[in-house]
Design a binder for this molecule. Structure first.
Ligand code: F6P
Length: 341
C-alpha cells in the first residue's frame, strides 16, 4: 500500500513526531510505502511530492516545524480542486492519505473522505480548539513558552513599576491565554469567549499596584472589548476566510496607561509560540497519534480522526471533529478569575 502524508495550516511543534511515527510503524509493521506531499493541500493539488522513508524521518522527533512544509491552501475554493487531487492520487498510486491539521485542513479531509478518498486525520493546533479531542499536540509547547515569557515579564515589570500586557495566540479560543496566564500568575486573563470590560481590567491593574506588585495582563489575540471590535492587521483574509489578528495587546497597554496614568507596555509573543522543539508531552501525544493513525489506515478505517480521550487514543468520525470548536467554558474562566486583580 502507498500512503500519502501532508501537514496543513499553521505549523506546530510535534508535526515531525507524527510523521516519524506514521512512517516508522507503517514501514516496519505493515510494509507500507510513503509519499510526502509538500505544503499542505498544495501538494496533492499540484502533485508536488517528496520522498518519505525511514531515512527521511531519522532525527526529526525533537525538531519543530514540519519537514513537509505547510500552507493554508484550500482546494475546495479552487475550480476542479477535488478532481485534480483524485487524478493526482491515481497517477501517483496513492491508496490512502494521512492528513495532519487543524479545523481547516481536517474540514477539507472530511469533504475528500465523502468523495471516497481513504483519509485518516490527525488533529494539530497550538490553539487546542478541536472539539473531538481532549488535547492537541503543540498546545503544551505553546503554553510552556508563554508561561516562561510571563515569568520573565514579572521581573522586568516590577523593576520598572510598569503594567505589562502579553498578547498570546488564540483566534477563537482562549486556551493558551487561560493556561499560560494561570501557570504564570497573570493578574488578568482576557479570552475571545468573554468580552472584557476595560474599566474592570484597569481596576485589576490599580489593585495590583496598590499591593506593590506590577500587574501582568495576559490577552488572547482574539479577545474583544465589550464595547469594541476584533482587532485585525488589515482587511485581507486567508483561503479559509480568516483575518490576520493583531493589535489587541498594544491597544490594551495604551488604554491602561491612558486611564490609570501608570506606564504600560505590551509584548506580543506571536510565532515564537509555534516554533522550536516540542515539549515531552507533545512529543508523546504526537507520536501516539501517528502510531494510531497508521493503524487506522491499515484497518481501512477511512473518514476517521485519531483523538485523545482521557489517556486513550480513540477514533472519531472526521465530520464530528470539525463540527464545532472547543472553546473555553465559562466555569473554567470563572475558576481562573480568583487570581484577577
Ligand atoms: O491556528 C493556529 C494559529 O497559530 C492561531 O493561533 C493564529 O491566529 C494563526 O494560527 C496565525 O496564523 P498565521 O501563522 O497564518 O499568521
Amino acid at each position: 500500500m502507498r500512503v500519502g502524508v501532508l501537514t496543513g495550516g499553521g505549523d506546530c511543534p510535534g508535526l515531525n513526531a507524527v510523521i516519524r511515527a506514521v512512517v516508522r510503524k507503517g514501514v516496519a509493521e505493515y510494509g507500507f510505502e510513503f509519499i510526502g506531499f509538500r505544503d499542505g493541500w498544495r501538494g496533492p493539488l499540484e502533485a508536488d511530492t517528496v520522498d518519505l522513508n525511514i531515512a527521511a524521518v531519522r532525527g526529526i522527533l525533537p525538531r519543530g516545524g514540519t519537514i513537509l512544509g505547510s500552507s493554508r491552501t484550500n482546494p475546495l475554493t479552487v475550480d476542479g480542486g477535488v478532481e485534480a487531487i483524485e487524478a493526482n492520487f491515481d497517477r501517483l498510486g496513492v491508496d490512502a492519505l494521512v492528513a495532519i491539521g487543524g479545523e481547516d485542513t481536517l474540514g477539507v479531509a472530511t469533504t475528500l473522505a465523502k468523495h471516497g478518498l481513504p483519509v485518516v486525520g490527525v488533529p494539530k493546533t497550538i490553539d487546542n480548539d478541536l472539539s473531538a479531542t481532549d488535547y492537541t499536540f503543540g498546545f503544551d509547547t505553546a503554553v510552556t513558552i508563554a508561561t516562561e515569557a510571563i515569568d520573565r515579564l514579572h521581573t522586568t515589570a516590577e523593576s520598572h513599576h510598569r503594567a505589562l500586557v502579553i498578547e498570546v495566540m488564540g483566534r477563537h479560543a482562549g486556551w493558551i491565554a487561560l493556561h499560560s496566564g494561570m501557570a504564570g500568575g497573570a493578574n488578568g486573563i482576557l479570552i475571545p469567549e468573554v468580552p472584557f470590560d476595560l474599566d474592570q481590567v484597569c481596576g485589576w491593574v490599580e489593585t495590583r499596584f496598590e499591593s506593590d506588585y506590577a500587574p501582568i495582563i495576559c490577552v488572547a489575540e482574539g479577545a474583544v472589548p465589550a464595547d469594541g471590535n476584533l482587532m485585525t492587521k488589515d482587511t485581507t483574509v486567508d483561503a479559509f476566510g480568516h483575518a490576520k489578528l493583531s493589535g489587541i495587546g498594544d491597544w490594551l497597554a495604551s488604554a491602561i496607561e491612558y486611564r490609570t496614568g501608570k506606564e504600560s507596555r505590551a509584548a506580543v509573543l506571536g510565532h515564537i509560540q509555534r516554533g522550536g522543539t516540542p515539549t515531552a508531552f507533545d512529543r508523546v501525544l504526537a507520536t501516539r497519534f501517528g502510531l494510531h493513525a497508521i493503524a487506522a489506515i491499515k484497518d481501512g478505517d477511512s473518514g476517521k480522526m485519531v483523538a485523545l480521550r482521557g489517556t486513550d487514543i480513540i477514533r472519531v468520525p472526521l465530520a464530528e471533529a470539525t463540527a464545532q470548536l472547543k472553546t473555553v467554558p465559562l466555569d473554567r474562566y470563572t475558576e481562573a478569575s480568583a487570581f484577577f486583580g
